[in-house]
Design a protein around this ligand. Structure first.
Ligand SMILES: Cc1ncc(COP(=O)(O)O)c(C=O)c1O
Length: 447
């Protein structure tokens, strides 16, 4: 299939086999601007899905794909795992939400605290966005400082405090070693950018200098390790952790994605002990969820026994019983052996890509961390937001559409994909072969 720059099949072949998706999209876009959510859109219109089973998705035109996106990495067991389905059904059969605690939230909190050494207390909310909002608010309330530090290119959700310098145009972004905070979208409160100190992912010296200069103003440093997206530079996590400790700044590890790496999450793999950690995605077993937690001394500000503390966190659907039940059932499958299986699949993908890449005269690279992976058109794996900007992004949709045609569904940006426990080695081999054939065809087309 020849694909144009926009990702639209220039010979109409995508359109020819996705007529039901086209009709569903036209209907959706009449009542939802550009479809149901920003992240679902790609040109000319997204596939609509009928169902998911294990590692496969079926679109409403009846075609089947290996699911390598796994709902923005949330689906670690694949789709419809019997233990998760049973837990959901059992919870729903007792009433969906009952207006009081049911105890299933305690089970999920215990499961998390048991896994993660830095967690003594956890609170639940409905999204990763809410988790970072509440963690930052707690940090500001405890320290009495208003500014936060975050990394350029780091995404921590869609509230005003963090949707800053997520993907800034470089002409506005200032010097790489001292980035200018840039509002991510229109409508962010005007003061929000001034409350953010932006740090570069790939420059430990610059991070040290910036944090030391502004230490007295900083409530927290928000660190998303970008597992599977950026190649980590040596010493970044350790430096950030040490700086936070020295200056009484709270370190918030955003493990909304990175919790996929190990039983105790990313922090277990680095030996870092954050003050607070935020969670989402896989923790809800496919349902909307967020969570944040840390040591008792920090989290217990939210404990209202004895009256108001000045701190508060709640929400109509926070600790939703069905999400809690799905999360418990999912995490119970995530044994050390299960992480071993995922790591083996990830290594197989990494090795497979290393074997095929030399056959192509294309600047192509990738990052694999555990079961997370991203693909790039660049001659080396990116280490910072500015490296990501330098990738040949216009080729992403070409590869994405070629892989769709071969029956492989990835994130349309090719960043933040995930393998699942429903996959076997043959699925990974198939993906590598499909990438190999697609790159060859793309190189031929490019002449
Ligand atoms: C690292 C990170 N933090 C926070 C979020 C926000 O989570 P949510 O989309 O559940 O609000 C995301 C979402 O992709 C994320 O990747």
């Amino acid at each position: 299939m020849a694909i144009g720059e926009t990702g639209k099949g220039v010979d109409g072949s995508y359109e020819a086999v996705t007529t039901a998706s086209r009709a569903a999209f036209d209907r959706a876009a009449a009542v939802m601007p550009g479809g149901s959510k920003g992240a679902y859109f790609y040109s000319p219109y997204p596939l609509f899905f009928e169902r998911g089973d294990g590692c496969r998705l079926t679109d409403i035109d009846g075609r089947t794909f290996l699911d390598c996106a796994n709902h923005h990495t949330a689906q670690v067991l694949g789709h419809n795992h019997p233990a998760v389905v049973e837990a959901i059904n059992s919870q729903v059969s007792r009433g969906v939400v009952l207006g009081g605690p049911t105890g299933v939230e305690t089970e999920l909190a215990e499961e998390l605290c048991d896994r993660v050494a830095s967690l003594e207390r956890v609170r639940f909310c409905n999204s990763g966005t809410e988790a970072t909002l509440h963690a930052i608010r707690l940090a500001r309330g405890i320290t009495g400082r208003s500014r936060i530090a975050k990394f350029e290119g780091g995404y921590h959700g869609s509230h005003d405090a963090v949707e800053i310098s997520v993907a800034p145009p470089l002409e506005n972004a200032g010097d790489a070693a001292s980035p200018t905070p840039v509002a991510g979208v229109r409508g962010i409160a005007p003061g929000a950018t001034g409350d953010v100190l932006v740090l570069p992912y790939d420059d430990v010296d610059a991070v040290t200098r910036l944090v030391e200069t502004h230490a007295g103003e900083l409530a927290c440093i928000l660190l998303d390790p970008k597992a599977g997206i950026l190649e980590p530079v040596d010493g970044l996590a350790e430096t950030v952790s040490a700086l936070a400790g020295e200056h009484d700044i709270l370190l918030i590890a955003d493990e909304v994605v990175a919790f996929r790496l190990a039983r105790g999450g990313w922090q277990q793999t680095r030996g870092v002990t954050p003050d607070l950690t935020t969670y989402g995605k896989l923790v809800g077993g496919g349902f909307p969820i967020g969570a944040f937690g840390g040591r008792a001394e920090v989290m217990d500000r939210l404990d209202m026994r004895g009256g108001p503390t000045g701190f508060h966190q709640s929400g109509t659907f926070s600790a939703h019983p069905v999400a809690m039940a799905a999360g418990v059932a999912t995490l119970r499958q995530m044994t050390p052996e299960a992480f071993g299986v995922l790591d083996d699949l990830g290594r197989r993908l990494d090795d497979g890509l290393a074997q095929i890449v030399c056959r192509h005269d294309l600047a192509f690279s990738w990052v694999v961390a555990g079961s997370l992976f991203s693909l790039y058109f660049a001659d080396h794996a990116p280490r910072s937001y500015r490296d990501l900007v330098a990738c040949r992004k216009e080729w992403n949709s070409l590869l994405f559409h070629r892989l769709i045609e071969k029956g492989y569904y990835l994130s349309h940006s090719l960043g933040m994909n995930a393998l699942s426990l429903a996959m076997g080695p043959e699925d990974v081999d198939g993906l590598v072969a499909a990438i190999d054939e697609s790159l060859e065809a793309m190189a031929t087309d490019a002449g």
